[in-house]
Design a protein around this ligand. Sequence first.
Ligand SMILES: [Zn+2]
Length: 303
Amino acid sequence: MLFRARPEKLELTLLKYLKSRMESSYDQALNYNNLAKGYEGELKSDIWLKGLTEEWLILHDLLFEYHGSNFQIDTLIIAYEKIYLLDVKYFEGDYSIKDDKWYNPAGALQKNPLHQLERCETLLQKLLLKLGHHYKIESYLIFNNPEFHLNTTSINPAIIFPTQLNRFLKKLNQRPVKLNKKYYQLAQQLVDHHQEESPYTRLPEYSYEKLQKGIICSKNCNTFFTDERMICKKCGCKEEVDAAVLRSVKEFTLLFPDKKITVDSIHDWCGGLKSKKAVRRILSKYFVLVGKARASHYVCRTQ
Ligand SMILES: [Zn+2]
């Protein structure tokens, strides 16, 4: 069973917002594409793991700290007396290994994912011992993009290729022993030790003044609405006015958590596409007005 689902990648969401509203450098665009691809691969892997027996506990996307060293775990499966550590890579194209060094399809040297996996396993083992558990860890590097190929002369059993995924899953399913309470306790302990990392420190520099204002089409066409009926001139899609403004409010609050939601701030952020009267109507409908006179602003109803 899924014990911890993969959370939405806030860093990716924020980068997507920024991409539409400011010029990005080549490196920034590359970073965004890599992150988006990586996330796509992780989501695909999560679907694939749905074929796993309900007996195992699956935990996604954990970040731990052990004696000053941080390590990220993509997927952890807690099985009977064993823990599977999976690192999913959605690499595409022809990669190669020469003298233990990894090269991407363009021939550029890559970080060796097996070394990263070994480091992760060592640190996880130490963390488990600290928490009082002595389970054996089996680590695998999973490639789940059918367009991936690795040119190598050596066979490494820790690497699972796209064509081996189903057999790998079958192998795991062959060990169905019901987990008892102590395994659930371990899963909860691990979730409790997960560290939340702020995505803001890794974002490119941005300021309110330099971002383009307006309401962006909700489809992936990166176009600003020019029609106040919220019809996209590029893809032709139409969105409800309230939904489009609320989406923009969400963008505004995520990009600028310190700024207050007011009729003026949202009117400006939406590029004046809707009148202040319309913005006030929407904010009053979905938010609560707090504070007095000039200090008044809107907050979520749940706050
Ligand atoms: Zn569009």
